[in-house]
Design a protein around this ligand. Structure first.
Ligand code: ZN
Length: 351
């Protein structure tokens, strides 16, 4: 079985919702759950060895627009969120991550050395990520505290506008060039991340925001969970020009399993064949090279192909990649090594 290190999941959102309903996130993760995609038993079964786990503040009112008769949809942007309750929710999710670590349910990793050790020990290697920074104020004081709690990756925006920048809406077909990019506070955030060794994730940013990050940051450029816009022209996917810049900076794009970002018709449909995932992988490898493509499942955050089902089905993709001709070092790069290289470079480690 091939170990997979994955660039994006929303298991903390699932565990936070469970806790709000009176459940025990540690017991749920350790013993397994009937719903969602990731828990320890299913991760073990599918060879999902670890990944970036997002602190994400839900947009309560967001309902994805139904496609029209042409299959087109354009969901209006979610309203910006207030600092509170965002900060409280983010602290609660960070606390769940820390409690899972303390209980030995997973390992909260702060270095690639930590990740490799956890993988060798057969413990889920979690890296704390923040998807949209509504919990952080312009003076970045909360960033210091979240960093101390283990935060090693963040996206300045989700598909919402914040004091740091502008997000892309969920729209198909649509270019990612939907508005302005980083604000001045956003540029300061990116510079602080560079200095501290925090990965900046461009997923959910406008195309202008992406170019702003490319200009301000000195680190590898990353879209943690996005696919090829040329194949599925949803605003969240990555254009050829962006891919060229990611390749030049030796960054990475993680393949998102969300069917809306994989299918030619952009529809949410679990009956999406594995060939659609391979099509995107092939395209991105062709465009950027084998060193710049990885996995960004979006487990617990999206409708994914039924053939994979949940984390326990992760090897279904591994087998499909192998059948498509990805073997040996190339397969290892796609499944984990590219992520570990980019994280090591971003965090200032020697890999
Ligand atoms: Zn996302």
């Amino acid at each position: 079985m091939q170990a997979v290190f994955d660039g994006h999941n929303d298991v903390l959102l699932r565990l936070w919702s469970l806790k709000r309903g009176g459940g025990d996130p540690v017991a749920d993760f350790v013993n397994g759950a009937a719903n969602g995609h990731i828990d320890a038993p299913r991760a073990r079964e599918g060879g999902l060895a670890g990944g970036l786990c997002a602190i994400y503040i839900p947009s309560g009112g967001l309902i994805l627009r139904q496609p029209d008769e042409n299959g087109h949809y354009d969901t209006p942007m979610s309203a910006p969120l207030e600092r509170q309750p965002s900060l409280g929710i983010a602290l609660d999710m960070a606390s769940i991550a820390l409690r899972l670590d303390r209980a030995g349910a997973w390992r909260l990793c702060r270095s690639v050395g930590d990740i490799r050790n956890a993988m060798a020990d057969g413990v889920f290697a979690a890296v704390l990520h923040m998807e949209g920074c509504e919990a952080i104020g312009a003076d970045l004081s909360e960033l210091d505290v979240f960093y101390a709690a283990g935060l090693r990756s963040l996206g300045p925006v989700w598909s919402r506008h914040t004091i740091f920048g502008h997000g892309v809406p969920f729209a198909f077909p649509r270019s990612p060039d939907t508005g302005p990019g980083l604000t001045e506070a956003g540029e300061a955030l990116v510079r602080a991340c560079d200095t501290m060794g925090i990965l900046v994730d461009c997923a959910h940013m406008t195309e202008k925001g992406f170019w702003d990050v490319a200009r301000v940051s000195t680190r590898p450029l990353v879209h943690s969970h996005s696919n090829a816009h040329a194949l599925t022209p949803v605003a969240r996917n990555v254009t050829d020009r962006q891919m060229d810049a990611i390749a030049e900076r030796k960054g990475v794009v993680g393949l998102n399993f969300a069917t809306t970002m994989l299918r030619e018709d952009g529809l949410e449909n679990a009956l999406t064949p594995m060939s659609d995932l391979i099509r995107h992988i092939d395209y991105m490898v062709e465009r950027m090279g084998i060193d710049c493509v990885a996995i960004g499942s979006d487990y617990d955050g999206a409708t994914i192909p039924a053939e994979i089902g949940d984390a326990s089905g992760t090897q279904v993709l591994v087998d499909a990649l192998s059948d498509a001709g990805y073997r040996g070092d190339d397969l290892a790069k796609l499944l984990r090594e590219n992520w570990l290289r980019v994280l090591a470079e971003t965090w200032g480690e020697t890999p």
